[in-house]
Design a protein around this ligand. Sequence first.
Ligand code: EPZ
Length: 420
Amino acid sequence: MDRIRIRGGRPLSGEIKVGGAKNAALPLMVAGMLTDDRLVLTNVPRLADVQTMTLLIQQHGVAVDNVTNDARSLSIGGPISNTEAPYDIVRKMRASFLVLGPLLARVGEARVSLPGGCGIGARPIDLHLKGLEQLGARIELEGGYIDARVDGRLKGAKIVFPFVSVGATENLLMAATLAEGRTVLANAAREPEIGDLAAGLVAMGARISGIGSDTLTVDGVDRLHGAEHAIIPDRIETGSYACAAAISGGSVFLRDARLDHLGATVRILREAGVDITEQPDGLMVTRLNGLHGVDVMTEPYPGFPTDMQAQLMALLSVADGASMVTETIFENRFMHVPELNRMGARINVHGASAIVRGVPGLSGAPVMATDLRASLSLILAGLAAQGETIVNRVYHLDRGYEAVEQKLAACGVDIERISG
Ligand code: EPZ
């Protein structure tokens, strides 16, 4: 298993290009299953999860081809010949479950493995299933798989989510585009990735209104056609590298980063003492003076994103004063805390909240990545730490961050990947 070695203490200086958003690319790739034509996606990030999604879609019989040899443009579409999504793929990447709605919408049946839990929580999919039943699907659970079918077409309905779910919004939005009649998704997720998926579906001929709001209205059509769609920049990658600039006391230009997608992340980072200025083609992020502790609660967009919680916690561990970090989305998303504490951080977890008492500095140590965002959090701590940090199990990192060591090395960081 690969490891990443960092020698900390150097302020970042330079430019980092922000890639396409992982959490927009994955549902948009599945959207390609909704048409016999080709959906061409550009600005596709090169990530392990994109490769996994490619294999999943291809085993359904739907073509996924590289349009350019840099694998940043994919052409997806075609007839569906297999309606089963197997456990060995779904268990590796939960976003696989997003094929359920499109399979039902296009061919009226699906057999999709239940994703099971993951490190950060149980992550049930009950909202996905209840919503599809409201659209007329019959859902059965058998042998760890969801067996779903619908006689004829899905039928539009009004679905009110009891709480915000990104994945359930995406699954049902895609299913509704080919359902008969009108579907209303109330209390829908509003993350920029939802807006990007909706924009791609509209380009394919879907009829969706309310994009960007918490109520999406979809008037089903008989078929969708091909289109070309550029994936939005990754706001979590943006926030992660903004924390890298800040924790190292440096200054980095984040090319293609979009301030309007960052929601509460901007306010929280500025409160902590990070200077973020918008420029025509990106964001300039600088840390001029000291960092200050802030209190933060993760919330659905436009609140502070749960996917930025671990990275912010690394930053706050070397801020002046104390911070309280409350995780409201997932029940077990503090696995980075013991690893940060091994580097000298002073963090105490009390249920859904963690108290972070800032320390003057961290010391390098061997640590273990436990999930995607935690692995980046440990790299951030390594940037600030005196001495050498070894981050183990970086396969977590490769799922959602492209070329981290190259991007950081280009900004002056002493970092390398140790294979094996
Ligand atoms: C998406 O996961 C993201 N993944 C996650 O990013 C992100 O953390 C999450 O949204 C929240 O923003 C992708 O987009 C591929 P949810 P998703 O449904 O859709 C509960 C990363 O690091 N819930 O919004 O699975 C669920 O357990 C990943 O890139 C139900 O109870 O998240 C959680 O507590 C990690 N029943 C909460 O809702 C359901 O049917 C929010 O989950 C669905 C969800």
